[in-house]
Design a protein around this ligand. Sequence first.
Ligand code: SAM
Length: 277
Amino acid sequence: ALHQVPDISVPRYVRVNTLKLDVDSALLELQKKYSVQKDNLLPDLLILPPGTDLHDHPLVKNGSIFLQVLDACAAPGNKTVHLAALMKRKGKIIACELQKERIKRLKDTIKLSGASNIQVLNDDFLNLNPKDPSYSKVKAILLDPSCSGSGTAASRLDHLLPSKAAGQDADMERLNKLATFQRKALQHALLFPAVERIVYSTCSINQIENEDVIKSVLPIAESNGFQLAKPFPGWECRGLPVFEGSECLVRTDPAKHGEGFFIALFTRKDANFSGRS
Ligand code: SAM
């Protein structure tokens, strides 16, 4: 995303990489040149005017800040290194990626972030055995699977949209395939024995990739001791009202917020829940 033309209507959100720099120092540094505000919701997020071009800023080049959240889905590893910052060098992160050709990019992102507790795994997440002892301490899973990207500003996505000639049937087929994978991956995440938190996120606005995935997996999740939690309770834009509990889900609305994202958070108190069924 670093080399795309910024969508001028959307503020430039910047996440400070707190592994390298504290938020107030970043604020002071950026204020020398820009008008900067802190975000009310996320403590490590700064808001700059729409169209601010930070690509050559020294803080970006040395890895102290990452362009974040609303701008993040194009760069593999962005959320991995965000997790690393949130974990403050403690613990370990396993970063699994199926596509061999995307591994280099992931490793580059990690290197740049300064994090040293990330293990890169070139594998299919669906093939990881949840019972393998190497995952017995995994407490949280971030699942940000391949999606249609339909919530992403068109100016940043043109190369990913199916050709118009492909038509609606092809679009539907592609969405169904994506949703099938998303559902399988979420079900797989539920099987890791010590997991207490699962975040499912997409940069899609399609119900089929968002609420429908959560709705279909919810009974299995509940039978494994998970429930839907309600992150950012003060945030008004919630899941489409297609099942009971969908108000727990978080959406951003492209019309209001510039881009369309979706987040679901599953939590489980009892880490080694053995399952009721
Ligand atoms: N979380 C990333 C970030 O914030 O930078 C973006 C992730 S992108 C939406 C989805 C990634 O999942 C792609 O790189 C894709 O190659 C990978 N992927 C797709 N299927 C996979 C699978 N079965 N196992 C592991 N990775 C997979």
